[in-house]
Ligand binder design. Structure first.
Ligand code: BGC
Length: 437
């Protein structure tokens, strides 16, 4: 079925009570025409995280969403509170079978899913056997559908008992986390092909302890540094534990790596800014954990062109997504060149865009994959690509507005509707090649 068929299909009348998504006709790729073959056994997948899709989770995020401070802020800016509450998310907890079928239908051979710590260990002394059984079923179902499993153990959210003890600024957190990981290893370890201990640890430090747009929503440099160190310790402990049980396990974190460059290469101040940001944001965590990474999980979203005057960043923004984020595919080649230095296999674990009308998603995927292919040709060991995301989902502090899914999800009925770009991605995965006409 071609993308045009999908557009027509989306226009046919839907059942009562369902909104009909409107998709735009696509934008053209900006890269040279040609056929680009990917290596045998290249991983093709999609990524989600537990909190953003499952629904019905009580943790630090769900509490923060309804905290007085947050509600007052939403009110002040004229936002509807409902648009910023995750609630039932997209009901993936109940619809995981349907979603795995969607992933398989994309000719994917892998899927990245998240586990929710707060579900598995709701109280300090309580392990939720039902939750563990549920996750085991999800992983087995993925395998039955021919998908290798990539499992994220922590994607920013935390059980409330941990928050009561100071969250990630408490020195004991690395031990608590290791205990949780230990239970997961024993209960689910046999079903996991790739482990991600921590998703983008720097985002938790930055959003939670420096810019206050994520719980615990504070601004405290001293605590931020403590949290950073505890995250490093937690990863190392988890890495050792997983390897003790499964010596050949493939364990990493996902690191968000931005492409920072000086706006004017001759300007020493801009050079310094770009270098400083690269060190702090991209490099520092990887440098501290590199002996404990079997591969590198890369999340690529951002290009930052640094200027010497506030706000110190000025992109050309020739193309932007629904959030105003610049679409800059060539940046992924630059960050892959940087990561080559670690001499480890690399898997792109997240790359995607907010694009409700689907205007840019197909060309976005093609353009990024072209540069990933170029990196492979340069000898960079890229082993896979997971698109963010399979489904529209709860986009954290931005709430429900940004739509990142290859599948649109109706917020009331939870009905999944394929976007035209999904078919483009499907054909790439099926052929293990990019064909650009
Ligand atoms: C996060 C996802 C998020 C995505 C899009 C990534 O940094 O890991 O949870 O949805 O960015 O903003």
């Amino acid at each position: 079925m071609s993308s045009e068929d999908k557009i027509v299909e989306a226009e046919t009348p839907q059942e009562e009570n369902e909104s009909t998504p409107v998709f735009a006709s696509g934008d053209q790729p900006s890269v040279p025409a040609g056929t680009y073959e990917f290596p045998e056994n290249f991983l093709w997948g999609t990524s989600t995280s537990a909190y953003q899709v499952e629904g019905g989770i009580k943790n630090d995020w769900s509490e923060w969403e309804i905290s007085e401070k947050r509600l007052a802020w939403l009110d002040k800016h004229g936002y509807e509170k409902e648009d910023f509450i995750c609630g039932q998310a997209v009901d993936h907890y109940n619809r995981y079978k349907e979603d795995i079928v969607l992933a398989k239908g994309l000719h994917n051979n892998s899927i990245r899913i998240g586990l929710e710590w707060a579900r598995i260990q709701p109280e300090k002394e309580t392990w939720n056997v039902n939750a563990l059984n549920h996750y085991r079923e999800v992983l087995k179902e993925a395998k039955r559908n021919g998908l290798q499993t990539i499992v994220t153990l922590w994607h920013w959210t935390n059980p409330l008992w941990l928050v009561g003890e100071g969250g990630w600024s408490n020195k004991k957190v690395a031990d608590y986390y290791a205990e949780y990981v230990d239970v997961v290893i024993r209960e689910l370890g046999g079903e996991v092909d790739y482990w991600i201990t921590l998703n983008e640890p720097l985002m938790h430090v930055f959003g939670g302890y420096l810019r206050a747009y994520m719980p615990p929503a504070t601004m405290n440099l001293f605590k931020a540094e403590k949290v950073f160190r505890n995250l490093v310790r937690a990863h190392k402990k988890a890495y050792k534990k997983i390897h003790k049980h499964f010596p050949s396990a493939k364990v990493s974190i996902t690191q968000i790596v931005n492409y920072f460059e000086p706006a004017h290469s001759w300007n020493p101040f801009e050079q310094l800014l770009a270098k400083g940001m690269h060190y702090y944001w991209n490099h520092r965590f990887l440098a501290r954990t590199k002996k404990y990474l079997d591969y590198i999980g890369l999340d690529y979203y951002f290009h930052d062109r640094m200027v010497w005057y506030p706000p110190f960043r000025k992109n050309k923004n020739a193309k932007v997504n629904d959030k105003g984020w610049e679409i800059y595919p060539e940046g992924i080649l630059e960050v892959l060149r940087y990561l080559k230095g670690f001499k480890k296999p690399i898997i792109v674990m997240e790359n995607g865009l907010a694009d409700a009308s689907d205007k840019y998603r197909a060309s976005f995927i093609i353009d990024h994959l072209y540069y990933i292919h170029k990196a492979i040709e340069e000898g960079i060991d890229v082993r896979g690509y997971c698109h963010w995301s399979l489904l529209d989902n709860f986009e954290w502090a931005y709430g429900w507005d940004p739509q990142f899914g290859l599948y649109h999800v109706d917020r009331k009925t939870f009905k999944r509707t394929e976007r035209p770009s999904a078919d483009v991605y499907r054909r790439i995965c099926e052929g293990n090649r990019l064909e650009i006409k």
